[in-house]
Design a binder for this molecule. Structure first.
Ligand SMILES: Cc1ncc(COP(=O)(O)O)c(C=O)c1O
Length: 293
């Protein structure tokens, strides 16, 4: 089912068959698809598209749930617009559809809150969590409103490793440390520092750096060619990633076209080390741009 849900086809080629009756709508990416529209007009158009899909694609009463990442991870660190999420919440309430938010990548302090939904003040019916939760040990969680969670009868959902004591102890210790070190606050500071540096890179290379975006310490830059957001600079991005890795800075690509550099510094990083990493990224973007200019 998880493989059915992802729209990043690179992960699933040759792995089918997939579950039917998963319907996808484009993520409301204003940067890429909103040319000439204000955010308000763009969101209205996208919500209209959603409403129409309940008439021309699938009946609302057939929809169990609407699922999204409030900040896309693999998709390129794209935060959902506030009014779009509010609109989705309203539509879900209106039609009795559950709203599920995937916080696997964004959760546990990464964005300066335990979950991204807290930034928006929009509460999901179900949310999914993992990654940072166990500080490296394998653990994930599904959190939901009591009436939703209690509707699964005892014994119907289980697995070999559910409730593994070592992983649970690691998660509890990790959460305690996150509280003690106030990593939500630290994530906001790191995010500011990274965003400032990325914006400086954008100002220096406005024809190459199309967007700097993110929430808290979940920040990315999107690279383009010829100042055109519709011409992704995939090759250049790959070169920057490789060069940074060879200099000891582990950064990841993202985005459908692999033209986004996402920056996920450990939240316990010192300012000094963070700056050293950012210096190397700035350097390597400059080197790659020079080669391609
Ligand atoms: C947003 C998001 N959801 C889900 C997953 C998959 O999570 P898991 O490996 O816990 O199934 C990932 C990445 O691994 C992810 O980034």
């Amino acid at each position: 089912m998880a493989m059915s849900l992802t729209s990043k086809y690179g992960y699933k080629v040759g792995c089918g068959p997939y579950a039917p009756e998963v319907y996808r709508l484009p993520f409301p990416n204003h940067y890429r698809y909103g040319a000439g529209l204000s955010e308000a007009a763009f969101v209205e158009r996208e919500l209209c598209r959603f409403r129409e899909s309940l008439t021309n694609t699938v009946a609302a009463e057939q929809v169990a749930a609407v699922l999204l990442e409030p900040v896309q991870g693999e998709g390129g660190f794209i935060p959902v617009p506030q009014t779009y999420l509010q609109g989705l919440r309203q539509l879900c309430d209106e039609h009795g559809m559950l709203l599920i938010m995937d916080e696997v990548q964004s959760g546990f302090c990464r964005t300066g809150h335990w979950g991204v939904f807290q930034h928006y003040g929009v509460v999901p019916d179900i949310s999914t969590w993992a990654k940072a939760m166990g500080g490296g040990l394998p653990i994930g969680a599904v959190i939901g409103k009591a009436d939703v969670m209690d509707s699964a009868r005892p014994g119907t959902i289980g697995g070999t490793f559910g409730g593994n004591p070592v992983a649970c102890a690691a998660a509890l210790a990790t959460i305690r440390l996150m509280e003690e070190l106030q990593l939500n606050t630290r994530a906001i500071e790191i995010g500011r520092r990274v965003t400032d540096r990325f914006r400086a890179i954008q100002q220096r290379f406005p024809d190459w750096v199309g967007d700097v975006r993110g929430i808290g310490a979940m920040v990315a830059i999107e690279l383009m060619t010829n100042g055109d957001p519709h011409q992704p600079a995939t090759e250049l991005t790959g070169e920057v990633l490789k060069a940074c890795v060879s200099r000891g800075v582990l950064i990841l690509g993202a985005g459908i076209y692999g033209n986004v550099i996402r920056f996920l510094a450990p939240l316990v990083i010192t300012d000094e080390l963070l700056d050293r990493g950012l210096d190397i990224i700035a350097d390597e973007v400059a080197n790659a741009v020079t080669r391609h200019s």
